[in-house]
Design a protein around this ligand. Sequence first.
Ligand code: DAH
Length: 338
Amino acid sequence: MFDRIKTLRQEAADMKAANAEELEALRIKYLGKKGEIAALMNDFRNVAAEQKREVGQLLNELKDTVQSRINGLRQSLEEGQSSGGDIDLTRTAYPVRLGTRHPISVVRKEICDIFARLGFSIAEGPEIEDDWHVFSSLNFAEDHPARDMQDTFFIQHSPDIVLRTHTSSVQTRVMERQQPPVRIICPGRVYRNEAVSYRAHCFFHQVEALYIDKDVSFADLKQVLLFVAKELFGQETKIRLRPSYFPFTEPSAEMDISCNLCGGKGCPFCKHTGWVEILGCGMVDPNVLENCGIDSKVYSGYALGMGIERITNLKYQVKDLRMFSENDIRFLRQFESI
Ligand code: DAH
């Protein structure tokens, strides 16, 4: 009896019907009045009393299995399929290549995530800006060369409206409406009137960071710089600060990291210096705070700004900046795994 049930169960699993006649034949063979299962039911009375419970259960299960198998076959026949339900409806019809995120977006997110862990939140501002937010509020003198036509795109007929040349403009936007503590990063696109070449473009991307509070010192800035550099380029990364000048910070510095390609030993990439420049930074000039209605005797802070293309180049050695905006799928596919 047990063997018979087992065989029938197997037969049910293997059942195939090419058309309605074959299916009907199967139904009669197994489920008909004189069919296999009816015969087993007949024999049931000969089963020893102590096995009746177990055998009865197996028989019922078998009947259900056969019934649902036949129902399944009927359904696939009705749907015009004759192969008997062996079709994996979840399988992809043909290989679909998924799109990937742009390398600039990947690196922007990475930078934002690192700062988010330090408590910075994201702030955004307009790409079409006025002179005040891009230059004047940030302490640019009236005759500063950065305002020159060489660098800045002006909107026609309106010398006051420009395409922002840096994301530092978002600093002013935030400080004008928010008293300290301010702890923000501002990722975004910026524009400069440069001849397009493999190492310069008329638009690119920056991330600006700003922290204003009581008793913020250069030591705080240095600590954050070291943390960010290590997170971005690996724990063995060293940093070096060189004095520099920006109108909106005093003192100002440019930061180099130990060349991430040669580990600081010197290679063509770092021009054999062992160092590569990655960002500008400094303590926010008191004039900038005052311009935004923040008391510079009570509050101080630091700011830093970096180019996302620059960081992406260092991480992935993209030799030609133009690749980032040409949408050449062969270039973009190289970043599928990041
Ligand atoms: N805005 C500068 C630029 O576009 C970058 C920069 C330098 C931002 C120093 C800063 C900073 O916040 O402190 O080149």
